[in-house]
Design a protein around this ligand. Sequence first.
Ligand SMILES: [Zn+2]
Ligand SMILES: [Zn+2]
Length: 390
Amino acid sequence: MRALCWNGINDLRVETVGDPGIVNPHDVVLKVTMSTTCGSDLHFIDGYIPTMRAGDVIGHEFMGEVVDVGRDVKKVKKGDRVVVPSFICCGSCWYCQHDLYSLCDNTNPKAELQEPVFGYPTAGIYGYTHAFGGYAGAHAQYVRVPHADTDCFQVPEGLRDEQVIFLSDAVPTGYMGADFCNIHPGDTVAVWGCGGVGLMAQKSAFLLGAQRVIGIDRFPERLKMAREQVGAETLNYEEVDSVLEVLKELTGGRGPDACIDAVGMEAHGTGVEYAYDRAKQALHLHSDRGDALRQAILACRKGGTLSILGVYGVMDKFPIGVILNKGLTVRTAQQHGQKYLPRLLEHVTKGELDPSFLATHRLPLEDAPRGYELFKKKQDGCVRAVFLPN
Ligand SMILES: [Zn+2]
Ligand SMILES: [Zn+2]
């Protein structure tokens, strides 16, 4: 089959690789109908996260048709059209039983690569480094999905792929971030970042009852999406002297009730810190990406909630004293997609949520390296490039 492979820093190529098959009786194999780029892929494409190996197939957001089924799979059938959250979850460990799916204890076969940094391993992810399990990714014609009964979600009839593909990651991540904010009627939620996750966090804040949502970014076309597709108010941080002062003004001096960071600090990847080049790390500490989180901490009203979705590693100079004195509640996680998928599919089916506008570029798999280039450089208004592998 054809697949998009990582071959070194900024070296992605579409190659012919072996077809996946059933390895475990709980597996299925999907024929991928659509996959999409994600900002977190840029960390290892740029070389900031170690434990990639030349030839690794990448991609962790996807949907497709079931073409092969392991003998112990009960619910999923050949021919089913399904969407799959990015984290691989067993469905039966203590974490899965407590809806903490991205913390699954059973799906990272390379736990020893994470334990020195995290203390305990997280769940595995498709196509996302060997520290996250070394699973083959989904920018490919076919992909193996372990624990299919837990991880495959049937797509209701009548929905297009573009309406569903982002339920693999951007939508549940954004929704979880808004859910963390414990929103009450009348609340104002500010969201740093108007990429896929940020826009979905904004939309979700409305779905969960926020009265006002303020989207913060610097790209005019993304701010326009926040206004027109989500109904958020927007703030271009390059056009104001102080984001804090503007947010104060917009909220009668009190500040937003909850602040969501959907930016992250790219250079710090997912926290597999031990192999980082220290010079690069120091350099990127001063990027504006660390500033988003500090701004959010500062701008949040006293006693408010800070919800962190952006990907961070180990951050120096983290203002814990500010969080303490302001009495902020901090919530954060990688997406627990399996918890949210049923209700998100219902929102999409009822027409209350349509993430398809995120798919600004639609390309055959053979053009995936160009898709990542457009996505990375945010060229041509690219928010997400989607690939059609078959
Ligand atoms: Zn993703
Ligand atoms: Zn589990």
